[in-house]
Write a new protein. Structure first.
Length: 167
């Protein structure tokens, strides 16, 4: 497992998955990534396609810059500063359309909008030979933990709560 351990290094997942796949060609490599992080290196879908790397991408798409939203919720009383991309509750307003990025690179992809469809969609992703992108629409209110606060160290890791309880 390769992880950033809550350090919030957006853009890390896809290149790390490529490195893991090249170093471990007989292993299943799954990049669990947020939409904001993924979009920072979306061009690497072309690398995955050209190099025929069987990377599975499970995209947690909340239509927000999720780590930034967490900071806004936890440290700035949920004051939003341009972290909204599209409307996850209306499929026609999801922006950008991650399925089109995958299609442009010849990578099979699917979207899940209902929790009850997730298990079957993950199984299909894992069973499909070669690369695959699974775009999972999630509420932006869900936070990803652990998280290390700015200026903090591993001893300061936040493992629970959303920081919104005091207001």
């Amino acid at each position: 497992m390769v992880d950033i351990w809550g350090l919030g290094a957006m853009g890390f997942g896809l290149p790390a998955a490529i490195g893991a796949a090249v170093a471990n060609p007989d292993s299943i490599v799954v990049d669990i990534d947020g939409d904001g992080s993924f979009i920072m290196n979306v061009q690497e879908l072309a690398t995955i396609s050209v190099e025929k790397l069987p990377i599975k991408i499970l995209l947690l798409n909340n239509q927000h810059l999720g780590m930034v939203v967490q900071w806004e919720d936890r440290f700035y009383k949920a004051n939003r500063a341009h972290t909204y991309l599209g409307n996850p509750s209306n499929e026609s307003e999801i922006f950008p359309n991650m399925l089109q990025f995958a299609d442009a690179c010849g990578i099979p992809a699917a979207r899940v909008t209902k929790k009850q469809d997730l298990k079957a969609a993950i199984q299909k992703m894992l069973d499909t030979p070669g690369p695959y992108l699974l775009d999972v629409i999630v509420p932006h209110q869900e936070h990803v933990l652990p998280m290390i606060p700015s200026g903090g160290a591993f001893k300061d890791v936040i493992t629970e709560g959303d920081g919104r309880s005091s207001y």
